[in-house]
Design a protein around this ligand. Structure first.
Ligand code: AMP
Ligand code: ZN
Length: 501
């Protein structure tokens, strides 16, 4: 029986699907905002979702898994604790890169999916984009309006949190952010009210009307809550609505799409712990106010990853992407292994030595698989004792560190290799380390064609190292890296690996 920590009750609970005795489970995870590459923090959360999904499947459930792609409406003010202010992240990046917002979304969605695959994360049954569901979002806002949960201000349509009596049941009100570092919008009835629909231009005007107003007003009639740049340029992503031209607020997309694909009440909703304090209470409010039914039964939140003990941020230069790790010669699946070494509700600390250790463990597991396969015997049954202990660890609130420990005990045990292999490959249905392809991965690394000029540079670098000129050798390493290859120095010599493009 699977036990999982439910943020709603703040307790460990036995997992029982919404529909009793059903083996079908509906699960939703808040996906990325596609204005930049996803970093290893974001991927920790998606790996937690994946491990939960695989654990459910291991227990015999069939999971309908939905993830969204936020390609509009997530404003920069969210960094200060207010998701309704600032500029749209997509539009801002588009302006900075001189591209169309749609191009930005397409580019970073594609990059996200490549990394997603490299981490062997299970493809969602439905991967859904906010911009493909504007109608569903408008319809939901209309329902909320009809039921008296909304009001309109000069910059948008807002949800009135005081009308939803259970607001704060996921996080209490002290925990729900109200715009920590910015002036509270004076038109909001309550500081925690949030935008369902934002107007592109103030008072629901068209761009042209707005421009005329700016031109005729002596002080430029700027709204201090918006970025100046945004005020004076036309938005690329905007839609007609009953309330005026604009775009959806960040929270409404998840309610609209989750309910479209999974129904008004479904089993599990996953996200990073930060979402427990704003985004998720708002999802609950919108959905339950509209339907009158409980939205989600189990809320599962993953803890953050720190890098060398610090919060990740662009300014610190420590918001590593998968590519940064691959450039150093690490396998994306070594990162997956590292994620599994921490319990999902514990903050974890990323360091390169820890990643190195994870890579070594992964290599050893692969070597075991190759050796066991070479032996050629087949065992029809695995090692029941270990299989039971592995399942127990998973079902104990996804105790992956324990599950990995059981896998290692199995490998080191006295059972015949082929029986151990059978159980290990079964475990890998959840671990997702692609162990069944260990031989292929090994061969691919051995066989990759290294162009002659790279080989020459590697040789040159080795000479430099032999002569103690490490500075010049490092310059060669950098040059080789720029050409798409990485070097791993070991006792056996230098191995050259192609960096995934
Ligand atoms: P975003 O693209 O910013 O909406 O974030 C996508 C997901 O990544 C959300 O579920 C966040 O909670 C999660 N997330 C962001 N930063 C981290 C981090 N450092 N560690 C773990 N999860 C994170
Ligand atoms: Zn969401």
């Amino acid at each position: 029986m699977l036990r999982i920590y439910n943020s709603l009750s703040r307790k460990l609970e036995e997992f029982k699907p919404v529909y009793p005795d059903s083996l079908n489970v509906g699960m939703y995870t808040c996906g990325p905002t596609v204005y930049d590459f996803a970093h290893i923090g974001n991927f920790r959360t998606y790996t937690t979702s994946d491990l939960l999904l695989r654990t459910l499947q291991y227990n015999g459930y069939e999971v309908d898994y939905v993830m969204n792609i936020t390609d509009v409406g997530h404003l920069t003010g969210d960094n200060q604790g207010d998701a309704d202010t600032g500029e749209d992240r997509m539009e801002k990046t588009a302006r900075r890169e001189g591209k169309a917002a749609w191009e930005i979304a397409a580019f970073y969605t594609d990059a996200f999916l490549k990394d997603y695959k490299a981490l062997n994360l299970t493809p969602p049954t439905n991967l859904v984009k906010a911009t493909d569901h504007i109608k569903e979002q408008i319809d939901l806002i209309k329902t909320l309006e009809e039921k008296g949960f909304t009001y309109t201000t000069s910059d948008g349509v807002y949800f009135d949190t005081s009308k939803f009596k259970e607001y704060g049941k996921l996080s209490n009100l002290d925990e729900i952010k109200e715009g920590a570092r910015i002036e509270v919008n004076p038109e909001k009835h309550n500081p925690r009210d949030f935008a369902l629909w934002k107007f592109s231009y103030p008072h629901g005007k068209t761009f042209e009307e707005h421009q005329r107003q700016i031109a005729s007003s002596p002080d430029g009639h700027r709204d201090p809550r918006n970025d100046n740049e945004q005020e004076s340029s036309k938005r690329q992503m905007e839609w007609e609505s009953p309330w005026g031209i604009g775009f959806p607020g960040w929270h409404i997309e998840c309610s609209a799409m989750a309910m479209k694909y999974l129904g008004s009440s479904f089993d599990i909703h996953v996200g990073g712990i930060d979402l427990r304090e704003t985004h998720h209470p708002n999802e609950i409010a919108q959905s339950e106010a509209a339907t009158g039914k409980p939205f989600v039964k189990y809320w599962v939140h993953g803890a953050f990853i720190l890098v060398q003990g610090e919060r990740m941020s662009k300014s610190k230069g420590n918001n590593y992407k998968l590519y940064d790790l691959e450039k150093e010669g690490y396998d994306p699946l070594a990162m997956r292994y590292l994620y599994m070494q921490a319990h999902y509700r514990q903050e974890m600390n990323f360091t390169f030595p820890a990643l190195e250790a994870a890579q070594i463990s992964l290599n050893k597991l692969r070597e075991f698989v190759i050796r066991a396969e070479e032996a050629g015997e087949t065992h029809k049954i695995g090692c029941a004792e270990f299989e039971q202990r592995f399942l127990d660890a998973l079902n104990d609130d996804l105790n992956l560190p324990q599950a990995l420990a059981v896998a290692w005990e199995l490998v080191r045990s006295d059972y015949p290799n082929s029986a151990k292999l059978k159980s290990l490959l079964k475990f890998d249905k959840v671990l997702g380390l692609d162990l069944e392809h260990a031989q292929i991965i090994h061969d691919r690394e051995e066989l990759v064609d290294i162009p002659q000029d790279i080989q020459d540079m590697v040789r040159e670098r080795e000479n430099l190292r032999r002569n103690g000129d490490f500075k010049a050798a490092d310059q060669f390493r950098e040059k080789i890296k720029k050409l798409g290859y990485t070097l791993i120095d070991s006792e056996k010599g230098t191995q050259v690996k192609k960096i995934r493009s």
